[in-house]
Design a protein around this ligand. Structure first.
Ligand code: PMP
Length: 290
């Protein structure tokens, strides 16, 4: 496997960063997770825009233009001859000293990893998954805003561990007031009386690119979709529920905290959206050749 590291395509074994990198020492950096489907990088512009926004918010300079990041991603995919891939772009503050001061860091580290991915087994996409609310609440917007896709994912990792301890694969995270925020690596939607609802970003979630794609699909299918404050109760009484994310794509949820949703099988709207999403992955992206 080949990895992009600071302007060079190197072998996986040579793709190492310093222990003084503030990405390693403090989680000081940003990242993106992107997919390519049959030589089409899905929503690449949107991912690169979000990468630059995350970096801007934490005052991190990306030492490449958006076009250069795009080219570097394509080059890495080509070096690995991958038609279908999961792409991870990481920009860290770079090598500094043991203090927090980012001014001590001497130039950012840029890494692009491309690999194959299968996050969840196909059986879950057919039958749906159960999720569980965990005690760890989502980061406050005033602390580390969840809209920043930073290297500091401990909030999500703690929640993931709590879900695993409870025998589940994914955790439902609430905000500090008890409203639904999102899952550890996915946004959440419910369907009620034919309407689609997802929490607004101010409840503490990442502005998911898959979430935006689903909102676009809803417009196309003339399903009314709303950003709305949701409690666990609304999830429990929903007709359908599903998660969205680049890695998970669209995952039907059939159980929340032991309450069966929509008869315990993926619902009609969810299945329709899954179908449309699959179509979209064949259209909306940047093409490359291998
Ligand atoms: N929330 C969190 C916390 C995430 O890390 C992600 C990305 N894995 C998402 C939501 C979904 O975002 P996207 O659809 O852009 O992948």
């Amino acid at each position: 496997m080949k990895v992009y590291l600071n302007g060079k395509i190197v072998d996986k074994r040579a793709a190492t960063v310093s222990v003084f990198d503030h990405g390693f020492l403090y989680g000081d950096g940003v990242f993106e997770g992107i997919r390519s489907y049959n030589c089409l990088v899905f929503k690449l512009k949107e991912h690169i825009d979000r990468l630059f926004e995350s970096a801007h918010s934490i005052m991190l300079n990306i030492p490449l233009t958006k076009k250069q990041v795009t080219d570097a991603i394509i080059k890495t995919l080509q070096a690995n001859k991958l038609k279908d891939a999961y792409i991870r772009v990481i920009i860290s503050r770079g090598n500094g000293d043991l203090g927090l001061d980012p001014r001590r860091c001497k130039g950012e580290t840029v890494v692009i990893i491309t690999d194959k991915i299968a996050l969840y087994p196909q059986t879950l996409y057919k039958g749906g998954m159960g999720i569980v609310t965990v005690p760890t609440v989502r980061n406050l917007c005033e602390a580390v805003n969840p809209q920043i896709k930073s290297l500091n994912y401990l909030n999500n990792i703690l929640a993931k561990m709590e879900a695993i301890n409870a025998g589940y694969q994914e955790a439902l995270m609430l905000d500090h007031l008890g409203y639904v925020a999102e899952c550890t690596g996915d946004n959440i939607f419910v369907v009620k009386k034919g309407h689609l609802y997802t929490p607004p970003q101010c409840m503490g979630s990442l502005r998911g690119i898959t979430r935006d794609a689903v909102l676009g699909i809803a417009r196309k299918l003339k399903i009314s979709a709303h950003e709305h404050v949701l409690t666990r109760h609304e999830l429990f009484i929903s007709e359908e529920c599903f998660l969205t994310g680049t890695a998970a794509e669209i995952m039907p949820v059939i159980k929340v905290d032991g309450r069966v949703i929509g008869g315990g099988a993926p619902g009609k709207v969810t299945k329709e959206i899954m179908k449309e999403f699959r179509k979209l992955t064949k259209l909306g992206g940047i093409k490359y050749k291998i």
